[in-house]
Design a protein around this ligand. Sequence first.
Ligand code: GLA
Length: 560
Amino acid sequence: MNFRPLLHPLLAFALACPLAAAPAPVSTDPTVVAACLAAIRTPAPPATPRINGTRVVGARPEKPFLYRIPTTGERPLRWSAGGLPRGLKLDPATGIIRGVTPAKQGTYTLRLRASNALGKTSAELDLVVGDTLALTPPMGWNNYNAFRLRISDSLIRAQADAMVSSGLADHGYAYVNVDDAWEGVRAADGTIQGNERFPDMPGLGAHLHSHGLKFGIYSSPGFETCGGFLGSLHYEEQDARAFASWGVDYLKYDWCSYIIDAGRLAADRHAELLPAHADRLRSLAAEYGPMRNDRRRPRPPEMSARMKEIETEQKEILSAIPGETLAAIERDIAIDAYGAMGRALRASGRDVVYSLCSYGFARVWEWGPEVGANLWRTTQDITPRWAPILSIINRQKGLEKWAGPGRWNDPDMLEIGNGQLTPDEMHMQMTQWCILAAPLLLGNDLTKLDPLVLSILTNDEVIAVNQDRLGRQGWLLRQTDAAGLYVKPLSGERWAVAFFNRGETPLEISFDPAELKLPASTAARDLWRHRDLPASPKITFTVAPHGAELVSLTSPAPSP
Ligand code: GLA
């Protein structure tokens, strides 16, 4: 396998790839390095130009528009585009399209072209000007998995710069999402401001946009975020306007402290259900408020302990309400909270992709689109270990019917490259996130990529399964012991099939296209290795423990 272009200039970095499930330190040991290189499945992209990423982009009429054409190939490259509506301009030297979308709704088919000294290529991109954003799952990066709350303007800029210089942006990664811990205090007029580590939010937005990348930000429907920073409660419209003025393109809106407000609201709105407890809920919320407003950090331990007690007592009171009634109350309160920001973003003058973070609370997938959301977390926070990732995967079962263009289930961010997953587990996470049509938000330090991690994150044929314009989320077709088979319909009457081994020993897993009522002559392609598989009635892989394989299936064209 030829991975030479991938190694240059990355060989300069130490390789971080561990060989076992146990956490491993960054290694320069030649045997570890050799094993990491041997685990690479993805062939390097050709030096000739190739246009990657989605083939369909959604936008609203008369809104600022930005799109960096993801293109691999030897630099310098030149780009041109046919069919660009008036108001949009392409920079031929950077491949970045900017401007304002047309007033008239409809599909504008752009004919994108890229060329370099070795050749040229073209691809069609449908710009659908209508009401729906995120027609394919968002691709980008978020700081939380690698950096938690230790972030700053300069760290985010360095990550964005690395997204471009590493080539990740050439495969479709575009959002640079600042998670919790950017927030400062409100100005006298209520305007939210960045804290001392984020002194220039519009400047940060402009820096990301100068690369053709998108600016993501974080807040909470509660008074306070999960990390104890200011949330947007009662300031939804003002915050949405501030975000828009900074050039924000994406908002992650995290439930967290709203849980206590939810208790008070339940008491106010449904006192008849809680005759014995409504007053208690109100007084718990009243006692909690000032503690939450106390800006001392760290909080005095007795205060933290009391807050925990209040949260527990509230939970106990609410759990006395019969299941279905409580579910309806929670849904009502969540729709209210998330709807307020959804409306504010719509009125903000920018296209802002709206991501709900509520860990599946109140069956968010059922009403997410109603509040204007494009994606919603379905499960608890991810960690870079096999067991929790497996549990997250298991809990996506049955949610596929709620996903589609503009509305995605979000099993949380990628942990690939965070130093704790084996090469097989990293291939497995990427395979699963692609077959599940999950948002592809990188969660690692982009300034410390090794060739193996980069190869897993930049396999364009694997990413194409995730970005397929049909927008269907895959599902578990069958499972026997450790072996799982997932299928995902693709555009053009093709299918993706993932072979998944959750066991501890290598496993032979077979699939017969007849299981999808496809003819025996169906052509199969190994998407990790970019190889057509030899014709055979069955496709069989020996799948590594905790590993996965991915193929596409194309039926022969019907005879005329
Ligand atoms: C919650 C979210 C995480 C992250 C943190 C930030 O835990 O689920 O993804 O945003 O809050 O504090």
